[in-house]
Design a protein around this ligand. Structure first.
Ligand code: ZN
Length: 224
């Protein structure tokens, strides 16, 4: 199955994607990571992307889509989480066409919904590991065992410039302005699965599994 996981910065998308990878062996394809990886490895697509980035323009949709489909083929991945793409309706349409050409389709679009006020609160306290940007903490909700130090590798934690209060609001405004049309696109296709991201992590996880058919309704497993 192919899912597009949608959620604003701070919605907990990364945590939930990580669990899907660990629990179900799904392949997590983040367009940002893919792009960095192709450029680092100096592949043809990576070099092509470099040219656009050097010229200060966006990497065209078809290049990103080629990277995604190429990676899926390379890994022979049948259970895929797309993250960070598509960001626009044009990209969503192009992705649908490219997948259809390979006899594939998007099966579900789980959207982890969190109110902007909550996101502001969460992101405002976010701390990132200097050694590995995927090691994230929150001063209030998920503090490290030792203040200012990563639990996993002992590296110092810092507040990314993006996570400074004045930057967060702009970032969220941009995110919602860009993403709402994509959400409506998938809603119209009957693929959108709205999940209440204000709940605790376990309940979000349970709802996510229900949304993508990995879990059948079992009241015994409901938290709280
Ligand atoms: Zn770390």
């Amino acid at each position: 199955m192919i899912i597009v996981l949608v959620g604003a910065p701070g919605a907990g998308k990364g945590t939930q994607a990580g669990r899907l990878v660990e629990t179900y062996g799904m392949v997590h394809l983040s367009s940002g990571d893919l792009l960095r990886d192709e450029r680092k490895r100096g592949t043809d697509l990576g070099k092509l992307a470099d040219r656009y980035i050097t010229a200060g323009t966006l990497v065209p949709d078809d290049v990103v889509i080629k990277m995604i489909l190429g990676k899926m083929r390379e890994l022979n991945a049948s259970d895929v989480i797309l993250d960070g793409f598509p960001r626009t309706v044009a990209q969503a349409e192009a992705l649908d066409l490219a997948l259809a050409a390979e006899g594939q389709k998007i099966d579900a679009v789980p959207y982890i919904m969190v109110k902007p006020a909550t996101l502001l609160d969460r992101l405002g306290g976010r701390l990132t590991c200097r050694a590995d940007g995927s090691h994230l903490y929150n001063a209030k909700y998920n503090p490290p065992a030792v203040a200012g130090i990563c639990d996993i590798d002992g590296s110092p934690l810092y507040q990314r410039e993006d996570d400074l209060p004045d930057k967060i609001k702009t970032r969220l405004d941009t995110y919602f302005a860009q993403t709402m049309p994509v959400i409506e696109y998938y809603r119209a296709k009957g693929l959108l699965r709205e999940i209440n991201g204000e709940q605790d992590i376990e309940q979000v996880w349970y709802d996510l599994l229900l949304a993508i058919g990995k879990q059948s309704e079992d009241p015994g497993l409901l938290v709280g």
